[in-house]
Design a binder for this molecule. Structure first.
Ligand code: PNS
Length: 164
């Protein structure tokens, strides 16, 4: 069985992430969407919330699993028996960092390939930070996040702004 990992912070999941997950699941037998657990990094959503949002956004997709991971991605991929990491590439500005990560992961786990999918042109500008910025100013994010979790994301981000 060919298993791929789609790793990320997913703070929160966007339609850009969903596009990459949906395309990866057509190429691989199984896709593990792996949420980085890093207590030192500030995130707007807790890891439980991010996993829950992803589970709801991908419910009904039989070959997609949502999980959390700590530590090195290369180790996690080995533990899951994955042969590839799948990532979306938006613009040239993404490339340098992604290239560095791909080379590092290859050194740490030589059996692991990193595969880049070019982001759908509709999502080129989209990121979790952009979604958070728009929502924090009361803007409409309905074109940017999965409809089934739109309300929860909006409410949670409004709550965060209120707390500041
Ligand atoms: O959505 P993000 O924040 O761009 O995702 C980054 C992620 C989770 C893919 C990356 O930070 C990661 O793989 N972290 C795990 C630590 C690791 O393996 N580092 C070495 C590779 S450079």
């Amino acid at each position: 069985m060919k298993i791929a990992i789609c790793p990320g912070s997913f703070d929160p999941v966007t339609l850009g992430h969903m596009d990459i997950i949906m395309r990866a699941r057509k190429v691989f037998d199984k896709v593990v969407v792996a949420v980085l657990i890093n207590p030192e990094k500030h995130t707007s959503f807790t890891v439980e919330e991010r996993i829950d949002l992803l589970r709801r956004a991908t419910s009904g997709l039989d070959n997609v699993e949502i999980d959390g991971f700590r530590g090195l991605l290369a180790d996690y991929a080995r533990m899951r028996g994955a042969t590839a990491i799948v990532k979306g590439l938006r613009a040239v500005s993404d490339f340098e960092y992604e290239f560095q990560m791909a080379l590092t992961n290859k050194k740490l786990n030589p059996d692991l390939e990193t595969i880049f999918l070019t982001t759908d042109s509709e999502h080129m500008f989209l990121s979790s930070s952009i979604v958070k910025q728009i929502a924090s100013f009361g803007g409409d994010i309905s074109n940017f996040v999965p409809p089934c979790i739109l309300r929860d994301i909006q409410e949670r981000l409004c709550q965060e702004v209120g707390e500041k």
